[in-house]
Design a protein around this ligand. Structure first.
Ligand SMILES: NC(=O)c1ccc[n+]([C@@H]2O[C@H](COP(=O)([O-])OP(=O)(O)OC[C@H]3O[C@@H](n4cnc5c(N)ncnc54)[C@H](OP(=O)(O)O)[C@@H]3O)[C@@H](O)[C@H]2O)c1
Length: 313
């Protein structure tokens, strides 16, 4: 294994962020294993966490912010933190890092209680561009380190970007580095020169696009899967899907909760977005039931094995 983690820095980070895993999902030889009992208590947040390949823990359920800009962005992020989210996902290209930063400030939460992700956009790819873009993201967010920084898309000078990210990681400016939208072959290519293996690959995955090619590959690797658009952003009429509705009825759960529970049982980190506080709370409320194997298998049949976002291909 090529990962070269600076143990001292890692210990610093763990101190800085408080080592408070209550329920932890650990990467095992056949993918993540869930350890510990799961409880939900807003005052003592216990969203299960996943142990990344460098020992850093990420909540298995977080909050997505794409399209949440301006005042809606500020209010949504602050609301999300107030109801219990600790992982906040943004990106330079969303044009909302300032709003996300303001929402964080408004929430009054301590920085070290949060797990903040941002992403490097394609136009900033390359060694120098990455260093500059990273500082810009920090300034916009109003923070002095990121928990996770991802290469948003496998375009441009990925090698230069990764070198810059490795240096930022080693300098203690980022707690974990990773990629997004990388196919297995693109990950293999990056790993052929990387000193540090990506901790995360954030990819499109949901019930209509189950990534049956990338999923087994990533489950076997040291790179954790994170699902973007865990609800397919509402496409293909997901919130009226009769199969998901029938499964939800059995457990007295909504379609959104069935979807998120499905991600959770697959050991996938999910970052649903919502501008509505009621939905934010509903989406957190998935740790008190378990989908049966039969229901998990039924959901497998919903796979269309095709992106729901062809415009981004
Ligand atoms: N790396 C990448 O390339 C990439 C690409 C896309 C997205 N992302 C990340 O992934 C995050 C999530 O993906 P997404 O924003 O595309 O979409 P999503 O989370 O799949 O779906 C968001 C939609 O679901 C609705 N919704 C949320 N909770 C609901 C509930 N309980 N009941 C009914 N409707 C509900 C929201 O409406 P309301 O606001 O009305 O609740 C919104 O319209 C993004 O925000 C972003 O952070 C990353």
């Amino acid at each position: 294994m090529k990962r070269k983690v600076n143990q001292l820095k890692r210990r610093d980070f763990l101190k800085r962020t408080g080592k408070t895993a209550l329920a932890t999902v650990i990467m095992g030889s056949i993918g993540p294993r869930i350890l510990g009992a799961i409880s939900y208590d807003k005052e003592n947040i216990s969203i299960p966490k996943v142990l990344l390949n460098n020992g850093v823990q990420i909540p298995i359920l977080g909050f997505g912010t794409n399209t949440l800009k301006g005042n809606i962005g500020v209010r949504s992020v602050s609301d999300a933190i107030s109801v219990g989210y600790r992982l906040i996902d943004t990106a330079h290209i969303y044009g909302n890092e300032e709003a996300v930063g303001e929402g964080i400030k408004l929430s009054g939460i301590e920085r070290n209680k949060l797990f903040i992700t941002s992403k490097l956009w394609v136009a900033d790819a390359g060694y120098e561009g990455t260093k500059k873009a990273f500082e810009t993201s920090l300034n916009k967010l109003g923070v002095d380190y990121l928990d996770l920084y991802l290469i948003h898309r496998p375009r441009g000078d990925v090698k230069g970007s990764w070198k810059a990210m490795e240096e930022l990681y080693e300098a203690g400016k980022i707690r974990a580095i990773g990629v997004s939208n990388f196919l297995p072959v693109q990950l293999d290519n990056l790993n052929s020169y990387a000193k540090i293996e990506p901790a995360i690959n954030q990819i499109e995955t949901h019930v209509f696009f189950q990534e049956e090619k990338s999923y087994p590959y990533l489950k076997k690797s040291n790179t954790q899967i994170e699902a973007w658009s865990p609800f397919a952003a509402g496409r293909n009429n997901i919130f009226n899907n009769p199969t998901l509705a029938a499964i939800g009825e059995k457990y007295n759960k909504t379609i959104a909760q069935v979807c998120l529970r499905w991600h959770y049982q697959r050991g996938v980190v999910a970052i649903p977005r919502s501008s509505q506080k009621a939905h934010m709370i509903e989406n957190l409320n998935i740790f008190d039931f378990e989908l049966s194997n039969e229901d998990m298998n039924t959901i497998t049949t919903l796979d269309l094995n095709i992106t729901q976002f062809p415009e981004w291909e």
